[in-house]
Design a protein around this ligand. Structure first.
Ligand code: SF4
Ligand code: FES
Length: 375
């Protein structure tokens, strides 16, 4: 994302100062040809018959623009399985939304990329599981995906669309980080996201297979810092250190209900892509309410918005409007309470729950369980 609009500060709960979201993540489908074991989609996937129609997405985009949203990310699952993708991109372009396609790229043909570019697509982000065909196939559970992804990336650049390489790194592939960075340079990407697996939903059950060791992480930081300096003006870096090893949590989603809206394939509106993993939250859908109403009034958005909901030590902490108490989904996943301080914070009384996984990271990685759409 290149533009960030000024946000008014939210004090307390609710949305009294009219925060404006700047991006919508449109999960068009949960269908996906890959089987990544660290999938961040919910454990219960939406079936195709539950997906909302083209006209619904078009109405939702119109409502988003009325609210002041600037960006839309077309995501999934694999969004290119939707045959109406060009129509959705064309509408986003017509109403002035900057559109980004987040894709595994294995289904993209040269003709499809040309059509999407002609429809007005602004940016493409391709996920890579590794820089070698063997590990790429093994992690994604998909044969010969790497070459397809590289070919699609070249076609993206041929039609002059900017490209981001999303490199998902973990203990099984961090030794290839330098090669992943070089691959992004060779593909003429403008940005690389060195992304760490986040452990919610399906990924949580495979945590022991993917959580890196401290040594791997220190080496990754060294590699990224060196490459960031060497590749200034060639490749931009986004690098998020896994917070299991941090002293303070990340500002997840830039704060709950402050910047982002996530819409699921069936039209549920979430403050975060993993919010359905929090079992006691209810979500409104675009079939029942307008996007603007949901952003302002829905219980799910207001529950952890601002600072009123925070327990100690967050409530009296000088970082509470910096990291917003960390990640609600992580608090729920690890301590069973979404209103707890993120246990990734060293000040949290629950910090000890990270001891066991960090110990597991020192042992041999166990086998993982693939994510299959049919699961
Ligand atoms: Fe952030 Fe809460 Fe930790 Fe303070 S106590 S750093 S606000 S998570
Ligand atoms: Fe949901 Fe962090 S992933 S709030």
């Amino acid at each position: 994302m290149t533009d960030v609009i000024e946000q008014t500060e939210a004090k307390g709960g609710g949305n009294p100062n009219k925060l404006v979201p700047y991006a919508v993540l449109a999960e068009l489908t949960h269908r996906c040809p890959l089987q990544c074991p660290y999938c961040s989609n919910p454990v219960e996937l939406e079936r195709v018959k539950g997906e909302i129609a083209t006209k619904d997405w078009i109405r939702v985009m119109d409502e988003a623009v009325d609210m002041g949203v600037l960006h839309i990310h077309f995501s999934g699952g694999e969004p290119t399985v939707r045959q109406d993708l060009e129509e959705l991109v064309a509408h986003a372009s017509k109403i002035g939304l900057y559109s980004n396609l987040i894709t595994s790229a294995v289904l993209l043909s040269k003709e499809r990329i040309q059509k999407l570019a002609d429809a007005g697509l602004d940016h493409v982000q391709i996920s890579f599981q590794d820089s070698t065909p063997e590990l790429s196939d093994f992690v994604s559970g998909y044969k010969n995906g790497l070459e397809k992804k590289k070919q699609a990336a070249r076609w993206v650049r041929e039609v002059d669309l900017p490209l981001t390489v999303n490199a998902v790194m973990h203990r099984q592939n961090l030794h290839h980080l330098e090669d992943m960075i070089q691959m992004a340079v060779d593909l003429d990407a403008e940005r690389i996201e060195v992304a760490q697996v986040q452990y919610y939903a399906w990924a949580l059950r495979n945590r022991a297979a993917f959580l890196p060791t401290r040594e791997q992480l220190d080496e990754a930081v060294r590699i990224v810092e060196e490459a960031r300096e060497r590749l200034k003006g060639v490749l931009a870096f986004d690098f998020v250190v896994p917070d299991y090893y941090a002293q303070r949590p990340k500002s997840c989603m830039g704060g709950w209900g402050r910047q982002f809206i996530n819409i699921t394939p069936s039209g549920k509106v979430l403050p975060c892509h993993a919010a359905e993993s929090i079992e006691d939250l209810d979500f409104d859908t675009v079939g029942n309410k307008s996007l603007g109403w949901i952003w302002e009034n829905s219980e799910a958005f207001n529950k952890f918005r601002g600072t009123d909901w925070m327990p100690e030590p967050c409530q009296s902490c000088d970082r509470k409007e910096i990291d917003w108490g960390g990640c609600r989904c992580q608090a729920f996943a690890l301590v069973g309470n979404a209103a707890a301080t993120d246990p990734a914070c060293a000040l949290s009384p629950d910090r000890h729950v990270l001891d066991e996984p960090l110990q597991e990271a020192m042992t041999e990685a166990p086998e993982f369980v693939y994510r299959r759409y049919g699961n």
